[in-house]
Design a protein around this ligand. Sequence first.
Ligand SMILES: Nc1ncnc2c1ncn2[C@@H]1O[C@H](COP(=O)(O)OP(=O)(O)OP(=O)(O)O)[C@@H](O)[C@H]1O
Ligand SMILES: [Mg+2]
Length: 264
Amino acid sequence: MLEIQEQETANSAIPQAQDTHPLVELTHVEKHFGHLHVLKDINLTVNKGEVLVVVGPSGSGKSTMCRTINRLETIDSGDIRIDGNPLPQEGKELAALRAEVGMVFQSFNLFANKTILENVTLAPIKVRHMPKDEAENLAMDLLARVGVDSQAEKMPAQLSGGQQQRVAIARALAMKPKVMLFDEPTSALDPEMVNEVLDVMTELAHEGMTMICVTHEMGFARNVADRVVFMADGKILESGTPDEFFEHPKTDRAKDFLSKILTH
Ligand SMILES: Nc1ncnc2c1ncn2[C@@H]1O[C@H](COP(=O)(O)OP(=O)(O)OP(=O)(O)O)[C@@H](O)[C@H]1O
Ligand SMILES: [Mg+2]
């Protein structure tokens, strides 16, 4: 008896609860914009620590899918869960959800009239009610992690695009999110700045962050993704390892997409 109890205790020390459900789970998600059917029966699970890359032609619904995950867009039907909990409709619960789901967009969206440091401390102070000095310490740690701590007192316009995007990542991390969504974070950058942002994302992935990344950076997809999802016309047509997707695409749509992007 004692042995069994001990065994149970030992087992319960393993974080199995986390493993019983995915961190992000979309089930039968449907979304229209007027007559346009933009998400068609989307079923997707992302496990803790997994790095998912979403690719697909323009207009296929990649951004819309990302935006539904932190409820920047509502859905018509279906179910979205973060860490087992359905998305809240509004109010405090919604604010709490947004804090759990960090998002980095193509445009950096920093507050232009606030310093870099203030950009990162704002949400922890306002939403998490963190004392200012604690928020500043956290912000400086994160700015150092993304390599822009020397810019802390500057205004966003004084930074390069790559630096601003790294600040945007630090700002999202300051809320200690459970999952990070990236929607084409490098596509507005000058080419020489793309790698500095991808390096930060790669490091985050190696540290175990759960990430959903919409990107055209196929090197990143091949080297960093655990799984690649291919979307076209509002549907997920393929989901597999980078090797499966890049070397053995199953659908003509994916083959066509790959032939277009990989010829350059
Ligand atoms: N707010 C909106 N109102 C109406 N239609 C929209 C809205 N947002 C997106 N759409 C349409 O929904 C479809 C999916 O758009 P979405 O931005 O999700 O595609 P995407 O795969 O991210 O494309 P891209 O690669 O160009 O970023 C497109 O046809 C787009 O025009
Ligand atoms: Mg998009």
